[in-house]
Ligand binder design. Structure first.
Ligand code: IPM
Ligand code: MG
Length: 356
C-alpha cells in the first residue's frame, strides 16, 4: 500500500474515546495514516437519534479499515422496544459491512499468567482462537413480540456455514505454519437439540476433507463451555455460530483474567475493510478518569495492521512492545494484583510507544 491507508475511528462511548485516542497516537508513531473520526453508538443516538447513520456506514465501507472503541452505557439502557440502542449500531455495521467472520484470539501474555482465575498449571500454554460467525443465526433471524409471547429465530444456510468453516480451517493452518504442531479445529454446536446445529455439523464435516492436514472434532456447546475451563491449553481454533460464539468468547477471554487485554477482528469478503475492536466494553464506571487500559485497543490496531492492511511487521512491533511493557511490570488498575501499584492510560500508552 503506497498511499497512507484511510482509517475510520469510531471511539464510541464510555472509555472508548480515551482508548481510541491512545491507539491513534500509537499508529501515528508507527507510520502514515489518514484518520477520520465518526460517531457510532450512544453518542450517535444523542446527536442523530440513531446509533449508526447511513452516512457513517458509507464512510466505513469506503475506508481501508475501521477501528472501534466500545459502545453503550447506562444512559441508553432501556427495555422500551422502540427506543434506539447503542448495540444496534454495532450490529448494523456488522451486517452493513458484511463482516461475517469474527476472530478473537486468546493468549495470556506471559507476564499476566498469574491474573487468570485458573491455576497456573491449567492456564499455561493456552493459545486459542475463537472464530465466531457474525452475521447470521439468532442475532439476525426473524424476531417479534406478540402480547405475552416473543420469538427470536435461528436460521443458517449452507453458504453461511461453509464460508465461516473455511475461515476456521485456514486460520488453524496459518497458526500452525512453521510451528511444527498439527492444526486443530473444534466445531461447536448443539446438534443434539437444534436443527441448525445438525446442518452446521454436516456442512463443517463436508468442508473438512479440503483441509486434510487439519484435525477436526465436534463438541456440544455445553460440553465446550466446561472443557474450556478444565483444559484450555488443548484448544487451537474454535469455530462456532453467532450466539455460541458470543458466549464462549467471553468465557475464553476471562480465562486470561484480563479482559482488558483482548483484541478482535471482524472480517468480510477479501479486500473489503474489516472492523477491529477490543473485546471489553465501554466501562462507563471508569470513563474520564484516565485509568482505562488501552492495550486491547493497541492489540486490535495490531490485528488491523496484520489482517486489514497487510502490514504484519508493524503488527508484530506493537505486540512485542505491549509484551515488553508488561514484562517491565507496568499495570493499569484492571491488571494490577492486590498490592501492586498501577499507572494511568497515558503512562502505559507512552511506554508502549517508546518501546516500538
Ligand atoms: C460482542 C458483544 C455484542 C454481541 C453486543 C454488544 C451486541 O457482546 O461483540 O460480543 O453480542 O455480539
Ligand atoms: Mg459479547
Amino acid at each position: 500500500m503506497s498511499e497512507a491507508p484511510c482509517i475510520v475511528l469510531l471511539p464510541g462511548d464510555g472509555i472508548g474515546p480515551e482508548i481510541v485516542g491512545a491507539a491513534r497516537r500509537l499508529l501515528e508513531a508507527l507510520g502514515e495514516f489518514k484518520f477520520s473520526e465518526e460517531l457510532m453508538g450512544g453518542c450517535s443516538i444523542d446527536a442523530h437519534g440513531t446509533a449508526l447513520t447511513d452516512a457513517v456506514l458509507e464512510t466505513c465501507r469506503g475506508a481501508d479499515a475501521v477501528l472501534l472503541g466500545a459502545v453503550g452505557g447506562p444512559k441508553w439502557d432501556t427495555t422500551d422496544p422502540d427506543a434506539p440502542r447503542p448495540e444496534q449500531g454495532l450490529l448494523g455495521l456488522r451486517k452493513g459491512m458484511g463482516l461475517y467472520a469474527n476472530l478473537r484470539p486468546v493468549r495470556p501474555s506471559p507476564a499476566l499468567v498469574g491474573a487468570s482465575p485458573l491455576r497456573p498449571d491449567v492456564i499455561v500454554g493456552t493459545d486459542l482462537l475463537v472464530v465466531r460467525e457474525l452475521t447470521g443465526g439468532i442475532y439476525f433471524g426473524d424476531s417479534g413480540r406478540d402480547g405475552d409471547t416473543a420469538h427470536d429465530t435461528c436460521e443458517y444456510s449452507v453458504t453461511e456455514i461453509e464460508r465461516i468453516a473455511r475461515v476456521g480451517f485456514e486460520a488453524a493452518r496459518r497458526r500452525a505454519a512453521g510451528s511444527g504442531s498439527k492444526p486443530r479445529v473444534t466445531s461447536v454446536d448443539k446438534a443434539n437439540v437444534l436443527v441448525t446445529s445438525r446442518l452446521w455439523r454436516e456442512v463443517v464435516g463436508r468442508v473438512a476433507p479440503d483441509y486434510p492436514d487439519v484435525e477436526l472434532d465436534h463438541l456440544l456447546v455445553d460440553n465446550a463451555a466446561m472443557q474450556l475451563v478444565s483444559r484450555p491449553a488443548d484448544f487451537d481454533v474454535i469455530v462456532t455460530e453467532n450466539l455460541f460464539g458470543d458466549i464462549l468468547s467471553d468465557e475464553s477471554a476471562m480465562l486470561t483474567g484480563s479482559l482488558g487485554m483482548l483484541p478482535s477482528a471482524s472480517l468480510g469478503a477479501d479486500g473489503d475493510p474489516g472492523l477491529f475492536e477490543p473485546v471489553h466494553g465501554s466501562a462507563p464506571d471508569i470513563a474520564g478518569q484516565g485509568i482505562a487500559n488501552p492495550l486491547a485497543t493497541f492489540l486490535s490496531a495490531a490485528m488491523m495492521l496484520r489482517h486489514g492492511l497487510d502490514r504484519a511487521d508493524e503488527a508484530a512491533r506493537i505486540e512485542s512492545a505491549v509484551d515488553a511493557v508488561l514484562e517491565r511490570g507496568l499495570r493499569t488498575p484492571d491488571l494490577a494484583a492486590a498490592g501492586e501499584s498501577a499507572v494511568g492510560s497515558d503512562e502505559i500508552a507512552d511506554a508502549v510507544i517508546a518501546s516500538l
